[in-house]
Design a protein around this ligand. Structure first.
Ligand code: PLP
Length: 477
């Protein structure tokens, strides 16, 4: 979809300046073009340029100086420093992470803490009232259906809507290929259970979302980590090497805005990954939960859209974009569909009826795309703002990812900072973060943390960032 045409004009001003700052063509202290010049350059009104500059100022990128114009703020020069690429050792390991993660998440669940930990979007960004109205309408209209079991594969109208949306990402999906699940988590569990046997080896990105590691642990599988970088994701030469040395059953991958790295695999790399998996004979399980939350004009394609052999299983959910508590997720599968359906049935019979009916109606109303446009704009600004503020308060050598979608940042603090100790000290002071150790089977990334940017900037968030900065600086000395 050519979203750029629909973008607010002042966002074009905003994006142009941010891109120039990132590319280094605008440096700290540089003066921005005058309102008049920019208005002529972009063929927009002076008021539009003013609005764009005001937003840039609010987000901390630029400052107005009386009688002189707008200037790029200092601190932006640090912004080019991205976290290091990873180079884990190629070893197939048993995983023992779940108890550690559970304890850590339990400890961190404290009301009133600054929400920089779990990757949740703020309720303020979700269509809370519209969904409540729709749910009321659908359960009133069909009260018996709402309390009854749904068919195990999922509500037909919801599957139809999901299949229709998939066509925008370059895929032709038959609603019969879709199985509705309890969130993306159940979709991942069903897919992994179906394509592996205990003792098998599964490849994962390094770093990777901890729930993928917990699933591998749960099923008695082994994990081998594949090197990756924070811009393009998986290192495919390294994967070729790993695939030649290990008999891989599957690779689990978040190609679009990896959690926690934020990386986005380019299309050519996605095509090559699909080719490698087909040639080497392992299944690809892709988690596309962040794909709709792109900051650029186009929605990135899923791995599945590059595959015509049925080797890729796509999993996703509405947890990051609509309602995490509704637990509406899905998988798209061709090869092995009957087996996955049977495993879904064994796991939970079916998914909740009322929430499926509600989401289906929301999608059918056309409101989802409108909602996503606003949410993407808000998240882009939140991520930019958080990154900027963190660079201001964290120790000098800190490196921070620069994702082009999603809403988490991967922060590499100076060597020597113990992020688990930092996590504990932050919690004592009312700030929630996640330590890097939970994103690897070997609990490495000891000096890294993951930061959630799902909440609009507020006093609580600002205080959290300030405290994190002070505590991290203490730890670094
Ligand atoms: C990459 C990724 N996959 C899956 C999930 C979980 O999704 P759900 O709540 O739909 O089970 C998350 C949530 O943080 C995630 O970041």
């Amino acid at each position: 979809m050519a979203e750029s045409r629909e973008q607010f004009l002042y966002d074009r001003v905003y994006d142009l300046v941010v891109d120039q700052i990132r590319a280094g063509s605008l440096r700290p202290g540089d003066r921005l073009p005058s309102l008049r010049r920019m208005s002529r350059q972009l063929k927009v009104s002076i008021a539009t340029v003013m609005q764009g500059y005001t937003n840039l100022e609010r987000e901390g990128f630029i400052s107005a100086r009386p009688q002189s114009g707008f200037f790029v703020n200092t601190g932006r020069d640090k912004s080019a420093r991205l976290p290091s690429a990873t180079s884990p050792r190629a070893i197939a390991r048993d995983i023992k992470l779940s108890a550690f993660v559970l304890e850590l998440l339990r400890t961190s669940r404290r009301p009133g803490t600054a929400p920089l930990g779990p990757a949740n979007p703020s309720n303020e960004l979700l269509p809370v009232r519209a969904l409540a109205r729709i749910m009321h309408r659908v359960v009133t209209r069909a009260p018996a259906a709402a309390v009854d079991y749904m068919e195990p594969q999922g509500y037909a109208e919801l599957r139809r809507q999901i299949a229709y949306r998939a066509s925008a990402t370059g895929m032709v999906v038959d609603p019969r290929q879709i199985i509705v699940t309890n969130g993306a988590s159940e979709a991942l569990a069903v897919a992994l259970r179906s394509v592996t046997r205990p003792g098998d080896t599964v490849a994962v990105e390094s770093p990777t979302y901890f729930v993928l590691l917990q699933l591998i642990e749960d099923l008695g599988l082994k994990a081998v980590e594949v090197p990756a970088d924070p811009v393009n994701g998986l290192n495919l030469d390294a994967l070729e090497d790993i695939a030649s040395r290990f008999s891989l059953a599957a690779l689990m991958c978040v190609a679009n805005f990896n959690n926690p790295y934020g990386s986005l695999m380019p299309d050519a790399a996605k095509a090559r990954l699909v080719e490698i998996a087909n040639r080497r004979g392992f299944r690809l399980i892709e988690d596309d939960i962040y794909g709709d939350l792109h900051f650029g004009p186009y929605r990135p394609r899923p791995l599945m859209s590059f595959d015509d052999t049925g080797n890729v299983v796509l999993t996703s959910s509405f947890s990051k974009t609509l309602a995490p508590g509704y637990r509406v997720g899905w998988l798209v599968v061709d090869r092995g569909r009957e087996d996955m359906l049977s495993r879904k049935h064994n796991a939970s019979i079916s998914s909740a009826s009322a929430t499926q009916m509600t989401v289906a109606e929301f999608l059918a109303s056309g409101a989802y795309d409108r909602h996503l446009r606003g949410m993407r704009r808000a998240l882009k600004q939140q991520v930019d703002r958080m990154r900027h503020e963190l660079l201001e308060v964290l120790p000098e050598a800190t490196r921070i990812s620069q994702p082009q979608g999603g809403f988490v940042l991967w922060v590499e603090l100076p060597r020597g900072v113990d992020s688990i100790a930092l996590f504990n000290r932050c919690l004592e002071q009312g700030v929630n973060i996640l330590p890097g150790a939970i994103f690897s089977p070997t609990r490495k990334f000891k000096n890294c943390i993951r930061i959630n940017c799902g909440h609009p900037w507020s006093e609580t968030v600002a205080r959290g960032v300030e405290k994190l900065g002070a505590l991290a600086s203490e730890s670094a000395t």
